[in-house]
Structure formats: C-alpha cells, structure tokens
Design a protein around this ligand. Structure first.
Ligand SMILES: C[S@@+](CC[C@H](N)C(=O)[O-])C[C@H]1O[C@@H](n2cnc3c(N)ncnc32)[C@H](O)[C@@H]1O
Length: 347
C-alpha cells in the first residue's frame, strides 16, 4: 500500500514528505528514522524502504563490505584476539567501532565472557546488535549505540575494560581518529594495565612517479579547453588507490614517517622533516603511503602496495610534478593534525 492511509493511522504521505525533506536538508540519520517510523506502520511501504535505504547509504560507507571480505585482515585480528582473550578470559573486552560486530564476536568466540561493542553510527549499531543476536552471541556481547568518546563507566560500560580491540583506521592509519579515540579510552574506559589491540602503528612513505595517479587529481588542456582552473578543487590531502593497479615507478626506498605506541600516543599534532634520497631520476607526482599495525607482538596487519588489502594505499599528489634525481635529496615536511597526514615538499 503506497501513498494511502492505514485506517486509524496518520497519513503516510505526510510522513514520506517529512522523510524526503529531512533527506534534502542533509539530515540523513533523521530521515532514516522518519522512514523507519513509516515502516513501523506499513512494513512493505516501498517508498519508505527506498527512502530509508537512500538515507542510510549517505551515512554508512560502502567500504564496510569490502572490508568484511578482507580475509587477511580478519584472520590477523582473529589470531590476535584469540591470543589476548586466552591470556585473560575474564577481562572485560571493549570493542570500539563495532561495525557489523565482527571483532566483538571474535572475542566472544575466543572465550571472552563479556564484551561491550560501541558503534557511533546509529544504523550500523542497530544492525550490529541484530547480527550479534542472530549469531547467538548476545549473551556475551552487548552493543552500545554511541561514540566511544561519549561513553561513561558504569552507565555504558560496567567497569573499565581490560582488553581493547579496535579497527578504526583508514588507508593512512590516522583518518578515522585512532589516536584521539585510544587516548580517550585509556583515560576514561580502560584499566591502567589494559591490553590495547592494536599495540603499535607505523606509517611508511615512498616517492612515486605516476602520470595515471596524478591524473586522478589534475586536469590541463583537454578537448580544446583549458580546464586547469578546475584544479583549485583538487584534493590537497590523500585519497585511496591501489598503487599496483596504476602504471608507476618508485623513485625512492620506503621510509618511516611516524611511529605510534598506542599505550602512550595521543592526538597532538606532529611534524617531521624527511630527507629522502631518490633512487632514480624521474618526475615525482605523488607520495604513496601506507601503514603497518602490530596488533600484538608478531601479528602485523598492513596495507603495503602489492597485495589486495581493502584499505588500498594512501596517495597524495603534489600540486606540480617535481623533477628528482639521485644525489639530490627530496626534503619532505610531513605533518599530521591527529587525524590527517599531509606532505609538503620543502625544497
Ligand atoms: C573500519 S570499521 C570496523 C568495523 C569492525 N570493527 C570490523 O573490524 O569489522 C570502523 C567502525 O567504527 C565506527 N567508529 C569509528 N570511531 C568510533 C568511535 N570512536 N566510537 C564508536 N564507533 C566508532 C565507524 O562508524 C565504523 O562503523
């Protein structure tokens, strides 16, 4: 039944208009809730189903599915979680950024008696709770629909947790706020000796010549027009792409940019100057970077080039290509603001 009344219920058309208005105002979570209300009255209402899906798609990134199919990531997390839980099955586990509930369920499957998984996106949190219930882990796992930074002990977490599991990293490691989130958790949600998984992170960068990657962020004269002014809209920061799927040459060895020990790291901005020796002459178009994350000693997950990690690599194109040659070091200023890493050529 579409656009008609349910006897004794308010006009659905007015609710549908309300949902669409919220969507057009960019209030996607409110729009999703409005369409949910309609579906509560008429669960097959197709316009409401589509409206809710459109709204949810604006808040829930598409990468969830590709991430869940990344078997290497899952296996490494599973191995690390099993080891951490076996060491102390009574430790309260906090999973920050539940997503589908995968890591929380891994902890429960490994024998953890109590797991609290928080998820900041309401639609994802609600869905995680369904997944956990469906998988039969709801006796051990509870889902809190909140950002970890808004959680409190004991209202949301019965006591400070002894094991933190989290995977809130993007291709550049810092982009989902892992530094600030873990620092907040250490201060407010974890015991002083809590095991933090991941334990450490390292960002690694390499100079790259690649016209095809450069073209993902720059235009010039095309079709008889000078489109270069459009480059004022090109991204100054990184985007994700698979290096090995684009013709490229490496112009240096990989170098370490920043290292983080998540037992102590915080989100204060950092800056470092890198002097990188080119290993070949060429036109440097971009800095490619990636991370290695040590979940526990000896268990390392990474998104280095050459394998099909769902994270891909982080690519930051230069505003102009830079001619480089061996014997003339490239001086790069690398700075992060707690969430985003950016490189600038200093000379
Ligand atoms: C990369 S996904 C990982 C999902 C799941 N843990 C997994 O490994 O399959 C990160 C999720 O964390 C959520 N998130 C990020 N930061 C958060 C925070 N501080 N508190 C709660 N949720 C957070 C995001 O909304 C997203 O759903």
């Amino acid at each position: 039944m579409n656009g008609t009344d349910i006897p004794g219920e308010p006009k659905l058309d007015a609710f549908l208009d309300w949902g669409r208005d919220l969507h057009h105002q960019g209030r996607f979570e409110d729009a999703a809730r409005a369409f949910e209300l309609i579906l509560g009255l008429d669960r097959d209402n197709e316009e409401a189903l589509i409206g809710r899906n459109r709204a949810v798609r604006r808040t829930v990134p598409r990468w969830h599915w590709e991430m869940l199919h990344d078997e290497e990531r899952a296996e490494l997390y599973d191995r690390a979680i099993r080891r951490a839980v076996a060491a102390d099955p009574d430790a309260l586990v906090l999973d920050i950024g539940a997503g589908s509930g995968l890591l929380a369920m891994m902890a429960a499957r490994a024998g953890a008696r109590q797991v609290v998984a928080c998820e900041g996106q309401p639609a994802v949190a609600e869905t995680a709770a369904r997944v956990v219930r469906g998988a039969g882990y709801d006796d051990a796992v509870s889902v809190v629909a909140k950002m970890s930074t808004r959680m409190r002990v004991p209202e949301d977490l019965p006591r400070r947790a002894g094991l933190l599991v989290t995977e809130i990293v993007d291709c550049g490691l810092l982009g989902e706020g892992i530094l600030g989130t873990i620092a907040h958790a250490r201060e407010h949600l974890l015991t002083p000796d809590a095991v933090i998984l991941p334990a450490r992170g390292r960002i690694i960068a390499q100079l790259i010549e690649s016209e095809p990657l450069y073209r993902k962020n720059h235009v010039g004269k095309l079709y008889g027009f000078d489109l270069a002014p459009f480059n004022r809209l090109s991204t100054l920061e990184y985007f994700d792409s698979r290096l090995h799927r684009h013709e490229h040459r490496t112009l240096s060895e990989p170098v370490t940019v920043f290292e983080f020990d998540f037992a102590t790291a915080d989100a204060r901005p950092q800056r470092t100057e890198l002097r990188i020796a080119p290993t070949a002459a060429g036109r440097m178009h971009a800095v490619a970077f990636w991370f290695e994350m040590e979940l526990l000693p000896g268990i390392v997950v990474d998104n280095a080039p050459g394998h099909d990690s769902h994270w891909k690599q982080a690519i930051q194109c230069l505003p102009e290509p830079l001619h480089v040659q061996p014997g003339e070091p490239v001086v790069l200023d690398a700075a992060h603001d707690g969430e985003c890493l950016r490189f600038e050529v200093a000379s």
